[in-house]
Design a binder for this molecule. Structure first.
Ligand SMILES: Cc1ncc(C[n+]2csc(CCOP(=O)(O)OP(=O)(O)O)c2C)c(N)n1
Ligand SMILES: [Mg+2]
Length: 663
């Protein structure tokens, strides 16, 4: 319905040529980058934008725009060239000329937030297409709530051979097929070339058969035959299934001597080949100068997008659901959640339930999900263990996009990338669960959550040897340290039911930082029996129990080991040693406090750190006179109490470590 009636094929050819030339010239100027992919997919991209895709450069975040994901992120010059020619204000020619240079938006790979019109960060192959599944899912879920008038857009992806070889692509196509995401259209740059050479070196998969087996609509076209590409996209749009279009292309198309070779994948063409390409393309213009006809053609695309956006705004302005719609894409209502949480915390402190923090998370989620209308929860097939579903949540399925609970299946990486896509799309507050030990399976997507600053929440239960009998394959040991090593990720390890509520309040209303909760399988006593209206977790660490007089030692612990530290303080008190106990549920938030607060919490007495994990990363909390009680090996299979005793993480061991420091 968006396709204009008459296509000026001459203008469209010019649009494609301009992509090719800008890509080769920018890579040449940078003396680094990837010309092959943008040159090879220039025709496909020109058709997609010219005839189908609706974006408005004058309103880049208009909610009902079509989404374009360049999963083959190394071809970044494709998107920079297009966004420049479309007229995005922040993508002037200076940006293109300074591709890959310090201080410019035209980074080596497309970075979300650096420039308008970049819907997600891509570069780690396979993740873009999976993130796009999240966008396409969010589109359908949002549509189920607000209808076709307000939510009616497509998600287009350009993916390469690499994206389809990556394991995560299996999770992506499986989910999209199962969820029937018919508005997701993947344009595969089927050029049969990767860095090492021909794809024959490394794959024999029939991709069309693979996608078809996952319930996709599949087609194959000559990616340089623009009419064929247009017909395929039109057919893909009509089909109710997600669509794969294999676009047979020649990498570096337009370069007379180098096209078709892996040599154009990731290296400048060189002055000689660039001159030959200009001649072959009949392109007399100097580098970084484009004729008016090119801007006119791309400008017409922008004008169509603008008209579509204005039509949508007109519909929104008269919609009875306008208020609810705006709220769904705005920041969550932190005030409402704070009020609900304060009442909930007061009740907890009075009743002091002894529950596992995974159970505490479920209880907190009851409050979160009752207060924020647009959470989208889920688990990677561990719902009964992660305790991520709350009363009244309906499962989302292709027959019920109105559901809000997503059965992600056994796909931790896929779940995490999909959550990123949901957050990027907007409309929902996403969280999803698995075991903490499988954070490694999800890690590359957690990294992109952090890099992009997306407020998604990872609910990671069974957080230590405390899970017991499942044994060392399931017992995280190095995971907390490795996750704390990641910039812009808040790693929470609450000690009890109250801290867990506070963690959730922070996570559910975060704006630029993903949260990861490490939660216990085993029951833990309520330690915060005195109600505090203030969210103490927000400070990262705080004095849970002050010493009776000047401190002899400070015991610092997280999660399930705070109980152990409290008991150790009791043992020390029996010997007249004055110990303070600090609970440190979030190292990152503590690091952000001022020096005075940190000094007051940590004190000047010797310190003992306690955590059923490795010591790495504790240095910032432990001073020179310090000890650490934790793990230095993998765990083992046995009941939890046995494991704590055998690995020496006990009140007696903590007290002994404290006394040794005082000698
Ligand atoms: C996860 C991941 N592994 C490796 C790379 C490095 N890399 C970048 S492009 C590429 C080859 C991709 O081949 P293809 O998708 O066919 O791109 P083309 O050469 O056709 O442009 C590789 C291995 C990466 N970016 N991401
Ligand atoms: Mg390729």
């Amino acid at each position: 319905m968006n396709a204009p009636k008459k296509i000026d094929t001459g203008a469209e050819a010019l649009m494609a040529t301009a992509i090719r030339v800008l890509a080769m010239d920018a890579v040449q100027a940078a003396n680094s980058g990837h010309p092959g992919m943008p040159m090879g997919m220039a025709d496909v991209a020109a058709v997609l934008y010219n005839r189908f895709l609706n974006v408005d450069p004058s309103s880049p975040t208009w909610q009902d725009r079509d989404r374009f994901v360049l999963s083959a992120g190394h071809g970044s010059m494709l998107i920079y060239a297009i966004n420049h020619m479309l007229g995005y204000a922040d993508m002037d020619m200076d940006q293109v000329k300074n591709f890959r240079q310090w201080g410019y938006r035209t980074a080596g790979h497309p970075e979300y937030g650096h420039a308008d019109g970049i819907e997600t960060t891509t570069g780690p192959l396979g993740q873009g297409v999976t993130t796009a599944v999240g966008m396409a899912l969010a589109e359908r879920m949002h549509n189920a709530r607000f209808g076709d008038d307000l939510v009616d857009h497509y998600t287009y992806v350009i993916a390469g051979d690499g994206c389809l070889m990556e394991g995560i692509s299996h999770e992506a196509i499986d989910m999209a097929g199962h969820w029937g995401l018919g508005r997701m259209i993947v344009l595969w740059d089927d050029n049969k070339i990767t860095i090492d050479g021909s794809t024959e070196l490394s794959t024999s998969t029939d991709q069309l058969a693979r996608f078809a087996a996952a319930q996709w609509h599949v087609q194959s076209v000559d990616g340089h035959d623009r009419e064929a590409v247009a017909a395929a996209i039109e057919a893909a749009r009509q089909d109710p299934r997600p669509s794969l279009i294999a676009c047979r292309t020649v990498i570096g198309q337009g370069a007379p001597n180098k096209a078709g070779s892996h040599k154009v994948h990731g290296a400048p063409l060189g002055a000689e080949e660039i001159a030959a390409t200009r001649a072959a393309l009949d392109w007399p213009h100097e580098a970084f100068t484009l004729p008016k006809a090119v801007y006119d053609a791309w400008g017409a695309v922008a004008a169509r997008g603008r008209a579509a956006r204005e039509g949508w705004e007109a519909r929104l302005s008269v919609s009875e659901q306008a208020g609810a719609f705006e709220r769904s894409i705005a920041a969550p209502d932190a005030g409402a959640l704070a009020t609900a949480m304060e009442a909930y915390k007061a009740k907890l402190s009075a009743e002091a339930p002894k529950v596992a923090t995974r159970k505490a998370s479920e209880m907190a989620l009851e409050v979160v999900n009752a207060t924020l209308p647009n959470t989208a929860g889920g688990s990677a097939d561990l719902t009964g263990s992660n305790l991520t579903v709350t009363a009244g949540m309906q499962p989302m399925s292709k027959d019920n996009y109105a559901g809000s609970y997503i059965h992600y299946g056994i796909r931790e990486f896929g779940m995490s990338a999909v959550m990123n896509g949901i957050a990027l799309h907007k409309g929902f507050v996403a969280y999803g669960g698995t075991f903490l030990v499988f954070a490694d399976y999800a890690r590359p997507a957690i990294r992109l959550s952090a890099l992009m600053g997306l407020p998604v929440t990872y609910v990671m239960t069974h957080d230590s040897i405390g899970l017991g009998e499942d044994g060392p394959t399931h017992q995280p040991v190095e995971h907390l340290a490795s996750l704390r090593a990641m910039p812009n990720l808040n790693v929470f390890r609450p000690a009890d039911v109250v801290e867990t509520a506070e963690c959730w309040e922070i996570a559910a209303t975060a704006s630029q930082t993903p949260s990861l909760m490490a939660l216990s399988r085993q029951n833990l006593p309520c330690l915060r029996t005195e109600h505090s209206a203030e969210n103490l977790v927000a400070k990262g660490a705080y004095v849970l129990r002050e010493a009776d007089g000047a401190r002899d030692v400070t015991l610092i612990a997280t999660g399930s080991e705070v109980e152990i530290a409290m008991k150790a303080a009791d043992l020390l008190a029996e010997e007249g040693i004055k110990a303070a106990v600090v609970s440190a549920p979030c190292f990152e938030l503590f690091a952000a406090q001022d020096a005075g607060y940190k000094a007051a919490v940590l004190g000047s007495a010797p310190r003992v750190g306690v955590e059923a994990a490795i010591e790495q990363g504790w240095a910032a909390l432990l001073g020179e006179r310090s000890a650490f009680v934790g793990m230095s090996s993998f765990g083992a299979s046995a009941p939890a109490e046995t494991l704590y005793a055998q690995f020496g993480i006990t009140p007696a061991a903590v007290a002994a470590a404290a006394k040794k420091l005082m000698k």
